[in-house]
Every structure is written in C-alpha cells, then in structure tokens.
Design a protein. Sequence first.
Length: 202
Amino acid sequence: MIIQAAKTIFANYGFRKTTMNEIAKATHMSKGSLYYYFRSKEEIFEAIVEQEFRTFLADIAQAISTVLSPQEKLRTFFHSRFLGMHKATNFYKAVIEEYFDYFSYIEGLRKAMDIQEMKIINDILNEGVKTGIFFVNSVEATTMALRAGLRGIEYDFLIVKKNFKQLVKIQDLILNTFLNGILKTLYYLYYLLLSFLLFTPW
C-alpha cells in the first residue's frame, strides 16, 4: 500500500518535490505511522526501485517459460524486457532525474540486474548450442556482444525519444540479423518455413 502510493507520487512529481506528508496523505496514514515503516522518503524510494527490479526480472522469467525453442526464448527475453521498461517509463523518469544523487545505490542495482540478464542470455545460447540449433564459437563473447548491441538503443529511443514502436522495430532487426548468423543452416531454413506458415495469410 505504501510502496504503490509512493510510486505514483514519485512518478508524478519526482523525488525532490515529494514529501513524507504527501505519501502519508496518499496512504491515509498519519505521518507517525508512516515513519514506523520507513524512516525517510529515501528508504521508500529505495524500496520501490528494488521492487521494480524484482518484478521486472520475474516477469521476464515467466515470459520465457511460455516458449520452447532457444531462438524464441531469446526473442521473448528482449521483447518482454523492453515491454517492462516501457510500462515503467513514468517512474523511471523520476529515477533518471535523481540518478546522480543516488548514483552508487542505483548503479549497484543496475549491475546486479545486468548480471542476471547476462546469465539468462548465456543460458539460452548454451541451450541452443547443446541442442545443435546455434553455432557459436564463444557463448560468453556472444552474450556480451548481443547485450551491448541491444542495450545501446534503449536509452536513445526509450528515454530520450520515447519512441517505443521504433525501438521494437530496431530490436527485431538486430535480433533477426543475429539469429540469421548463429542458426545452423538446416534449422534456419526450418525457422523461415515455420515463420512463413505461421504469419502468411491464407
């Protein structure tokens, strides 16, 4: 209740303009009761960011669990990741505004999230290699290259230009190019045929 109400206020007004009094009013609590749970708005802000990261990763894991092939897992990972970022754009504006005030804290969470995301990509690529679908010389290097390539477009399009549709188009272009390069020829032809049968109107 406190977290959700505070999240809305932070998203609307940013961190600096938000006060404990406003959060208490939004939650229909006295200021003293609010201080029983959180000592400051900084603590509330940190709790919100941590919750966002946990939910973000849980939603990605859930989405990946609904598909079977490594190539679709990879595609689903990036689609669900960008969708999650798009949904949280309003709150992330508050995070970005205060980024340098809480640089070490937010940067620590970002690095923890990077580690989790790299592991997901690494696991998917390893699965593709072991099942004979992907041809990759170095899973670790490929993981880093793919992550860096797709992350490079995130800030520019999602935060600066806020053009989510354009982001999805570029993401698909990068992923298709990447998959075309690592799919073994036989599986690539099968993948093209399956895509043709699924998406061509009859």
